[in-house]
Write a protein that binds this ligand. Sequence first.
Ligand SMILES: Nc1ncnc2c1ncn2[C@@H]1O[C@H](COP(=O)(O)OP(=O)(O)O)[C@@H](O)[C@H]1O
Ligand SMILES: [Mg+2]
Length: 219
Amino acid sequence: MIDFRHIYKSYSDDVAALCDVNLFIEKGEFVFLTGPSGAGKTTLFRLLSAFDQPTSGDLRVAGYNLGDLNRRDIAFFRRHIGVVYQDFRLLKRRTVFENVALPLEVRGDSSSVIRKKVDVLLDEVGLSHKADKLPTQLSGGEQQRVAIARALVHHPGILIADEPTGNLDPDLSREIMHLLERFNARGTTVFVATHDHELVQAKHRRVVEISNGRIVRDQ
Ligand SMILES: Nc1ncnc2c1ncn2[C@@H]1O[C@H](COP(=O)(O)OP(=O)(O)O)[C@@H](O)[C@H]1O
Ligand SMILES: [Mg+2]
């Protein structure tokens, strides 16, 4: 499902953001990615979601060879991926419903299909009653739940969350993590970057730790 082989990523000659990363993640796994700021977590996720390309190495995700994608392939590949960010990245002038609908609009689903799918996802994240609100009318935890609904509305096989609880207090962080686990239990592969050690320790999950661009622990 996710297969990094000898992946290197340099932004310039002297900085290796990733150095000989080897990582295999099976379909349906739940994996934490930990490591200090600057370790390479976001870089790894950007490669994994085809927002950037490795400098060298072989990267295969969901049956695609990411070293070898044209624009059209990238659009198709992204259907297999949902991404959640620390700062939510919702469109401020669009309602909750419209934000969640966005990935389906982009791929051209009909409005009746969109209505059904968005309603299901909003229900699953417990925000049906906020469908017509703007993001600014929601709490941080609610905004992150909208972002999760948007990331999953097109039923991707893989969900990547880059420090999804970084802006939330401990109670809300646990709630968000619980939500990610619920989607994982239904088969979505979930890969979560965090440097919240308490959160990671509370769950008995696979932890991949990265330091200076290298994987230093995987268990
Ligand atoms: N666009 C970029 N241009 C140059 N250097 C970058 C860029 N993005 C990240 N880096 C560098 O790559 C390294 C890894 O960064 P990053 O992947 O953001 O780490 P993390 O997400 O673990 O904090 C850092 O040294 C960072 O400064
Ligand atoms: Mg980061």
